[in-house]
Design a protein around this ligand. Structure first.
Ligand code: MG
Ligand code: MG
Length: 249
């Protein structure tokens, strides 16, 4: 069942979303060669708590970090640790912030220094796909319209969308209905109505769309170990169209 949000609830999600965006900007500034992913995690957690928020992912189903940090072939759910970031890496950082009980969810992919042109294109296409998907989040359309906009853009550029993981409703908890796939399936999905709050999150691979889980039971990597990128925003559907709640406004 989809639980639609009131205007005041959307405001609470947006407030947390602003803290979240600032935390991601802080991490982006510090994501330089030699930094350990656990250092990035600790600075984000400290910042979120200093602002009166809570890191939504910490302890969620036992996840140990405040951020998911996924490097290169890691797609999502990477655990922060002693790994050092290196020049040329693609570092995907996913963060959730809970503010007065309401959850916002957003992710970005950071290029560490100069990256190969193919990786820069992967990042650009993934970000563009996110915004094309967001633009479909209008009353009267269907979840599948979002999925189609994302998939079409990604595949037009020769990349692939991950199918084993999808976007989702968010706000009262980290994951709610509906699912928001990045590919077109047999069903249209629910009709989009005002008050819908969803996380749209294309996960895009250079090679195969297939992914596997590592032995840590969290980290998802591409089956061919080629790189992956991930961008995500939490958005609310209004009468006038989508409103991004995690862009810092
Ligand atoms: Mg996320
Ligand atoms: Mg998400």
């Amino acid at each position: 069942m989809i639980r639609y949000k009131s205007e005041s609830e959307i405001e609470a999600i947006r407030h947390g979303g602003r803290i979240l965006r600032q935390a991601l900007e802080l991490v982006t500034r510090h994501c330089v060669p030699g930094v350990r992913t656990q250092e990035l995690d600790q600075m984000a957690e400290q910042y979120i708590r200093d602002q009166g928020g809570k890191p939504s992912f910490k302890g969620y189903r036992g996840f140990p970090g405040s951020l998911c940090i996924s490097v290169n072939e890691e797609v999502v759910h990477g655990i922060p640790g002693r790994r050092k970031v290196r020049q040329g890496d693609l570092v995907s950082v996913d963060c959730g912030v809970t503010w007065e009980g309401f959850v916002a969810d957003s992710a970005t992919t950071i290029a560490v220094g100069e990256v190969e042109p193919e990786l820069q294109k992967l990042m650009d296409v993934t970000r563009e796909a996110l915004y094309l998907g967001i633009d479909q989040a209008r009353p009267g359309r269907f979840i599948r319209d979002i999925s189609k906009a994302v998939q079409d853009h990604v595949e037009k550029h020769g990349f692939t969308v991950v199918r084993d993981l999808v976007g989702h409703g968010v706000g009262y908890s980290v994951h709610e209905e509906p699912q928001v796939p990045n590919f077109v399936g047999p069903r249209k999905g629910p009709k989009i109505l005002p008050g819908l709050v969803i996380a749209i999150e294309p996960m895009v691979n250079v090679g195969t769309s297939d992914v596997v889980m590592l032995e840590d039971r969290w980290t998802i990597v591409t089956r061919d170990r080629l790189p992956s990128a991930h961008f995500e925003h939490t958005i609310a559907v209004t009468e006038n169209g989508p409103r991004i709640l995690t862009n810092g406004d």
